[in-house]
Design a protein around this ligand. Structure first.
Ligand SMILES: Nc1ccn([C@@H]2O[C@H](COP(=O)(O)OP(=O)(O)OP(=O)(O)O)[C@@H](O)[C@H]2O)c(=O)n1
Ligand SMILES: C[C@](O)(CO)[C@H](O)COP(=O)(O)O
Length: 375
């Protein structure tokens, strides 16, 4: 039984302005939603259900997330997300606004920890520290006591079955799921919120969120280089695609020179050595191994260290075979292995103008760059 996540992203962001709904607007080099999704993916929540506006169902999202069409209100969207979860495998669910892209890992972890320690429900809140006023026509008309008041944040975490019942019994119109749960008598623990966990609501919030992300972001670049010589054969493996050729590439594994360079670029960004360190050629179990094993390992290692792979760029250096006709398939295969949008994978090729060993068709070289980001 696991902990699932629902990211509600079906709103139109009318208060935030801009040509696109706020979750699809750029923020520190990516879309707002990409940051939010990465935070939930890194927390190890599964499945991740993204509730989308019906107009947005085809927008690119990371592989593996579940897409659901939302409703006209936040609570209708949450109900649509809940309907996509299987109570037989999901014990708890964390419901998060897509508009909170800077949510710190600790805020999510505290909610999960409270549920796992036995809380019926748990949600992050920040005690109100400013004095509170009533106002009218630009003037203060009264004051209100702030004692015991909290600013509510997300993700809000619940046991799935009682929350399903609470939503089924609620008339609608709740500001959040804590309100729905409390109406059904569920006790909600308050876990520590964070000033960084702002909800992008108005145009000025983008700059605040960008400053938070840039302040906490750890950006790593890595490069990889690999060479394999030609030998007798009738095909080569390049970036996960089998290409008929009048020679094969010689290697301990399947000799996929492109995938090896990409894998080494990821290890390089993590300062984790290279493929040979993790899969020694002296070890017979890797003889003839399919190279996706190496790439999957590097991607998993990056995730364990809290890094998302922002993009990779791979250049194959050879006179033949022609790479262009296969480049899209290579992008798609590597995207599948890495769980990334294919638009984040570049595969291109060059000849070396008949110079050197690649020019003499003695082998293929490949160089790759990877950019990893920890928010
Ligand atoms: N019908 C709706 C309305 C809101 N939301 C989601 O609920 C969260 C919190 O809502 P809010 O910040 O109010 O977002 P919007 O409704 O998009 O903003 P606005 O009210 O400015 O239009 C957001 O992640 C939003 O996408 C949703 O999934 N479905
Ligand atoms: C759920 C919420 O984020 C808690 O603070 C908030 O209520 C949702 O945003 P809205 O502006 O109230 O729609």
């Amino acid at each position: 039984m696991g902990n699932a996540a629902i990211i509600v992203a079906a709103g139109r962001g009318s208060r935030a302005g801009g040509d696109l709904p706020k979750q699809w607007q750029p923020l520190a080099g990516r879309r707002v939603a990409d940051w939010t999704l990465d935070a939930m993916l890194r927390a190890g929540l599964s499945p991740i259900v993204v509730v989308l506006h019906p107009d947005d169902m085809e927008l690119p999202l990371p592989a593996g997330v579940v897409r659901v069409a939302g409703g006209a209100t936040r609570d209708a969207s949450v109900r649509a997300g809940l309907a996509a979860l299987d109570p037989a495998v999901t014990a708890n669910v964390l419901i998060h606004d897509v508009a909170r892209p800077c949510v710190p890992a600790t805020v999510i972890a505290e909610v999960v920890a409270a549920l796992e320690a036995g809380a019926e429900a748990a949600a992050p809140g920040l005690p109100v520290t400013d004095a509170l006023w009533y106002g009218d026509a630009g003037h203060v008309t009264g004051t209100a006591p702030r004692d015991g008041l909290f600013r509510a944040q997300t993700p809000q975490g619940f046991r799935l079955q009682p929350l399903l019942a609470a939503h089924a019994a609620h008339p609608g119109g709740a500001a959040d799921d804590v309100e729905v749960a409390r109406a059904a008598g569920i006790r909600v623990a308050i876990t520590p919120g964070s000033e960084d966990n702002l909800k992008i609501t108005h145009p000025g919030d983008f700059a605040r969120a960008e400053a938070i992300l840039r302040g906490t972001m750890d950006i790593r670049l890595g490069n990889g280089y690999d060479v394999h010589a030609f030998t007798e054969g009738d095909h080569v493996w390049l970036c996960g695609v089998k290409i008929p050729h009048d020679a094969a590439l010689l290697g301990h594994s399947d000799a996929d020179v492109g995938m090896h360079a990409v894998t080494d670029a990821i290890y390089g960004a993590l300062a984790e050595g290279d493929i040979g360190r993790h899969f020694p050629p002296s070890d017979p179990q890797w003889k003839g191994a399919a190279s996706h094993i190496f790439l999957e390992h590097a991607v998993k290692l990056a995730a364990e260290k809290g890094f998302a792979i922002s993009n990779v760029d791979c250049t194959l250096v050879c006179e033949a075979p022609k790479v262009g006709p296969h480049a899209a398939a290579m992008q798609a295969r590597m995207a599948e292995i890495m769980g990334l949008d294919p638009a984040r994978i570049s595969v291109k090729a060059t000849t070396s103008e008949r110079l050197g060993f690649t020019g003499r068709k003695e082998g293929i070289a490949s160089i790759a760059t990877a950019c990893l980001i920890k928010a």
